[in-house]
Design a protein around this ligand. Structure first.
Ligand code: NAP
Length: 252
């Protein structure tokens, strides 16, 4: 049987890196996609290989269609695609909507929404029984922000994750009888570098006393939920967004 391949977009750091480690530990070949930080991706691949796993780092910006096609061509070269984790995502500096430029909005929606759609499209072409595939699972990274709206911080980011909630439901129903399950997770405040990239490196420390569990989540805790949604243990679960937020924003 051919190698089973799982593609993790933005797999080099944070939640994606935790997912990549766990996917490789299960024996899948993992494609560790990254945008810019090749050093982090190479270090993770070396770590996975040292632990006996198989991983390949592939540079590619998910908002760029040619890059996405290249990513999936690599998956084809390595084996049979059985899973996609649509994890690549960005935030931006805190701003009100009345301050946001077209360039900011375009970047936010291109990476967080169009990138996820392009990757989902390519995954469905390979995994759907309608296209001769053998099925598989897609897990999308949403955010608690889609329910909170993130006012005075990044309403654009929250709205981009709202699009992910909706895409998860719609795509799940499109491919439900084609062997593909499509689900998502909505993390709350998770301790990764993403907060620094949004200009708030101390966000976790500042917010934790206001979180229900009085602590942020870890990348591993989110990855465990993603691994369940990728696995056959969730074989009758599709179209679902799982809140992995320590109780933050669990109500609609
Ligand atoms: P992170 O630590 O900032 O890591 C982001 C990863 O995405 C990196 O591997 C980065 O690659 C990659 N990436 C960024 N832009 C990309 C692009 N255009 N194309 C391909 N890869 C790209 O982020 P994280 O905190 O792990 O977040 C992962 C996902 O969870 C995101 O979708 C985020 O919105 C969501 N989420 C996170 C939190 C949280 O509190 N951390 C909460 C809710 C939702 P480089 O290393 O090359 O930059």
């Amino acid at each position: 049987m051919a190698n089973t391949v799982v593609l993790v977009t933005g797999g080099s750091r944070g939640i994606g890196a935790a997912v990549s480690r766990k996917v490789a530990a299960l024996g899948h070949t993992v494609i560790v996609n990254y945008a810019q930080n090749g050093t982090a991706a190479d270090a993770l691949v070396a770590e996975i290989k040292a632990a006996g796993g198989t991983a390949v780092a592939v540079q590619g910006d998910v908002q760029n269609e040619a890059d996405v096609l290249h990513l999936f061509a690599e998956a084809d070269r390595l084996g049979t695609l059985v899973g996609l984790v649509n994890n690549a995502g960005v935030v931006d500096l805190s701003q009100r909507v009345d301050e946001m430029t077209l360039a900011r909005l375009t970047r936010m929606f291109s990476i967080n929404v169009i990138g996820a759609f392009l990757c989902a499209r390519e995954a469905v072409k390979r995994m759907s029984t309608k296209h001769g595939g053998a099925g598989g699972a897609i897990v999308n990274l949403g955010s608690a922000g889609s329910k909170l709206g993130s006012p005075n911080q990044y309403v654009d980011y929250a709205a981009s994750k709202g699009a992910i909630d909706t895409m998860t439901v719609g795509l799940a129903l499109e491919v439900a009888d084609e062997g593909i399950r499509v689900n998502g997770v909505r993390p709350g405040i998770i301790d990764t570098d993403i907060h620094a990239s949004g200009g708030a490196p101390d966000r976790v420390a500042q917010l934790k006393s206001r979180l229900p569990m009085k602590r942020a989540g870890t990348a591993d805790e989110v990855a465990d939920a993603i691994l369940w949604l990728l696995s056959d243990q969730s074989s009758y679960t599709t179209g679902t967004m799982l809140d992995v937020s320590g109780g933050r924003a669990v109500l609609p």
